[in-house]
Write a protein that binds this ligand. Structure first.
Ligand code: FAD
Length: 397
């Protein structure tokens, strides 16, 4: 297949294309999936409805460095805006806990630049990118996936990777599958100036009036940062209150509205011709709404499994199946714990801050905490009689 990129404005109506795999959606996970497919010698077409990759930029771009490298992506100044060494947690009544790893542990990236880098890599490796067109239908006839777009394009492929993100309209229609719709929380992220915080840390705020999700300020430098507030109701009013209370001096540069997922991942059928990945599959940490690392790692393994099926190129399919299973289980467990935590009264969260603070575990914790494998790393850290005793003692005093 000749390598072609169709940008918005192309007018070849009723054009037919063939590929081994078609990827729907050119967000971070669709791009990571598409890149993995071409790296494994599969003819791949990616269709993205927006005219430009990475826009709108609905992400804070905070990624753990170790796990980002597991995606086999370079730590590059093309998209890195800042690096941070820890987090400062604010409780509803003003208590503060600082986790400091003592070294740079996470990057703050521009998603617009990262996605654009990923798209460039995909094209450079022979992938076909179609921008400014929307997939409106997909059917399976005689074991062939037939995709139709709004502009009249038809793509025939052996497999479809669905990376539609939050809306997952296609997925609902063709597989009758969807993430837990009630677990999407609307969010507004602002780029603000003059936050006056130390840019070596990220800042999380648990507020009584924001029971579903914490608010955050992620610095890009000592002046500019990304500020996010999420809520299912009165979001604008709550955002204004948060700014008035916590950051009265900031100037707003720009804003984006989207939603973060706080539910469970979908159960996947890896034998299906249509496989969802990323936000469409709920491959997101229910605690933070972060989906790029876990979603990306799962998507990479799924794409290697697809490659193995279609070309026999990759042999270690069992390892990839194990990765998909274990990461999905980790996300499921995080979602279960978060369901319990979110059902507790805000006062309990405050008390939790107090207990953790008093136990002195905060100093030992950052080294062991993995931002992505939260359930496993916290459990491993706490399963120790001495630490449990310290927590119990702190809770009694
Ligand atoms: C405010 C905010 C802050 C966040 N911060 C972080 C963070 O710091 N770290 C982190 O890891 N995660 C973060 N996340 C989550 C992260 O942004 C998502 O997990 C990630 O974007 C998921 O990527 P995706 O490719 O699955 O979906 P998306 O990025 O949503 O991309 C889906 C793409 O598919 C396109 N599309 C949909 N349907 C079709 C169709 N039928 N045809 C063609 N194109 C289609 C859409 O237009 C879109 O471009 C944040 C999310 C939000 C909202």
């Amino acid at each position: 297949m000749d390598r072609k990129t169709y940008y918005v404005g192309w007018d070849k109506l009723s054009l037919e294309l063939k590929a081994e795999v078609v990827v729907v959606g050119g967000g971070a996970i669709g791009l990571i999936a598409a890149k993995t497919l071409v790296e494994n010698s599969l003819e791949t077409i990616l269709v993205e409805e927006h005219e430009e990759i990475g826009v709108p930029e609905h992400c804070a771009g905070l990624f753990n460095i170790v796990n980002f490298k597991r995606l086999e992506l370079p730590i590059s100044e093309k998209y890195i805006e800042n690096t941070v060494r820890g987090a400062v947690f604010h409780s509803p009544t003003g208590r503060k806990i600082k986790l400091d790893a003592g070294r740079r542990v996470a990057i703050v990236a521009s998603r617009r630049s990262l996605d654009s880098f990923l798209a460039g890599e995909f094209e450079r490796k022979g992938g076909n990118l179609i921008l400014g067109d929307r997939v409106v239908d997909a059917t399976i006839i005689d074991k062939v996936v037939r995709v139709k777009t709004r502009r009249g394009l038809e793509v025939k492929a052996e497999m479809l990777v669905d990376a539609e993100g939050m809306t997952s309209i296609l997925l609902r229609r063709i597989l009758n599958k969807t993430t837990e719709r009630g677990m999407w929380i609307p969010i507004i992220q602002l780029w603000v100036k003059d936050h006056s915080l130390d840019p070596q840390y990220v800042y999380l705020f648990f507020e009584e009036y924001l029971p579903e999700f914490f608010a955050y300020l992620i610095p890009i430098n000592d002046e500019v940062g990304k500020l996010g507030v999420a809520s299912k109701n009165n979001l604008r009013i709550k955002l204004n209150k948060f700014i008035k209370d916590r950051f009265p001096g900031v100037k707003i540069i720009r804003s984006v509205s989207h939603a973060v997922y706080t539910g469970r991942p979908l159960k996947l059928d890896l034998n299906s011709k249509i496989i969802p990945v990323g936000d469409a599959a709920g491959h997101v940490k229910a605690s933070t709404g972060g989906g790029v690392i876990m979603g990306g790692l799962i998507a990479r393994s799924i794409c290697r499994i697809i490659a193995s099926k279609l070309t026999g190129a990759c042999t270690d399919i069992n390892n990839d199946k194990e990765v998909v299973k274990s990461l999905t289980k980790e996300l499921d467990r995080i979602a279960n714990v978060m369901k319990i935590l979110r059902s507790l009264p805000v006062l309990f969260i405050d008390r939790l801050f107090e207990i953790i603070d008093k136990s002195g575990l905060v100093e030992e914790f950052p080294e062991k905490l993995d931002m992505d494998f939260q359930y496993t790393s916290i459990l491993r850290f706490l399963i120790n009689p001495n630490k449990i005793a310290r927590l119990l003692l702190a809770s009694l005093t």
